[in-house]
Design a protein around this ligand. Structure first.
Ligand SMILES: [Zn+2]
Length: 102
């Protein structure tokens, strides 16, 4: 039976004229700005939502083992599931780069 697990940590940050999506760490509240340093964690059987966190903050919390997936892997799955092709990804990357320079 399929199960749907909510995800917390994805927010929109307003920074001057820009509004940009970022993942926040469940523990320290900081932005996860490097995908290789971010993870998603969720309970195998519980009904609590999954959350994003810095790898180092989760290690420091010392919680028992849960299911986890690297942020970079999760993002690739999300992009694939959105139906975007390579040309779409390149176009959107260019747009994001332009927006970051504003
Ligand atoms: Zn953190």
């Amino acid at each position: 039976m399929a199960r749907t697990i909510g995800l917390v940590g994805l927010v929109l940050r307003e920074d001057g004229p820009q509004t940009r999506p970022v993942f926040l760490c469940h523990y320290c509240g900081g932005e996860i700005n490097e995908a290789e340093n971010g993870m998603f964690y969720w309970d195998i059987e519980g009904s609590t939502p999954a959350y994003s966190a810095h790898k180092s903050c989760d290690v420091a919390a010392g919680l028992p083992t849960r299911m986890s997936m690297g942020l970079s892997t999760e993002l690739i799955y999300l992009l694939r599931n959105s139906g975007m092709d390579e040309a779409d990804l390149e176009h959107e990357a260019e747009t994001a780069n332009i927006m970051a320079r504003l």
